[in-house]
Write a protein that binds this ligand. Structure first.
Ligand SMILES: N[C@@H](CCC(=O)N[C@@H](CS)C(=O)NCC(=O)O)C(=O)O
Length: 212
């Protein structure tokens, strides 16, 4: 059966779109991407809302199958097209272990990343409240300590092999270690791992480019 056309809706500077594009690169899957979100608009148009009632990006469309939530999209791509890919391992304990980091990015990491990223990357310098940003960064640093400790004893977030956990946490780590204007505690294991991720083509193409 010929492969169905695959479309990713979402602007390329969105961390959640970047995760999906990186996963597609790891899986070597073809797709087209359509800009949507923020300056590109479209997400509040009826056609888009019919696909994704959250008016958020990314959204995946494959034939008549539509899926939103970036982590769910990454899992689906592995399950449907990954041919047993090691980036989403099958044994239940290994899979649950990877899944826990995907959940962690949504529940714990994303809320502390957002205020720092938005203030330093998407707010004009003259409007920044640097004292507040540093306080937010201190809160974020406490969460990043968890990842730094995890990476102290293993090469990748979930162990010896690269998985979806590295994509989910790595896309946020690029922002955390990439923003300027705050003081951060040294997180050497995090920095070593991020440098390793930088050698992967999907990271280099979709996550490493300048933040906006
Ligand atoms: N949990 C959702 C979050 C989706 C989300 O908040 N996406 C942001 C971009 S990272 C968005 O749509 N922002 C509004 C916009 O771009 O118009 C996911 O992981 O897909």
């Amino acid at each position: 059966m010929p492969e169905q056309q695959r479309t990713i809706w979402g602007r390329a500077n969105s961390v959640n779109v970047q995760k999906v594009l990186w996963a597609l690169a790891e899986l070597e899957l073809p797709y087209q991407r359509i800009d949507a979100g923020m300056a590109f608009g479209r997400t509040r148009e009826p056609d888009y809302l019919a696909m994704n009632p959250n008016a958020r990006i990314p959204t995946l469309v494959e034939g008549d199958f539509v899926l939103w939530e970036s982590n769910s999209i990454m899992r689906y791509l592995c399950l449907a097209h990954g041919r047993g890919t090691p980036i989403y391992p099958e044994p239940p304990k290994r899979r649950a272990s990877v899944d826990r980091w995907l959940d962690w990015t949504l529940s714990t990491l994303q809320p502390v990343d957002r205020p720092v990223f938005w203030a330093l990357v998407r707010t004009p310098a003259a409007e920044r409240d640097m004292a507040k940003i540093q306080k937010d960064a201190d809160v974020a640093a406490e969460v990043w300590v968890i990842a730094d400790r995890q990476l102290a004893t293993r090469p990748f977030v979930d162990g010896d092999a690269f998985t979806l956990a590295d994509i989910a946490v790595g896309a946020y780590a690029r922002r955390w270690l990439g923003v300027e204007g705050i003081t951060r505690p040294a997180q050497p294991h995090l920095a070593r791992w991020l440098a390793d991720l930088g050698k992967r083509a999907g990271f280099a193409q979709f996550v490493a480019p300048p933040m906006s």
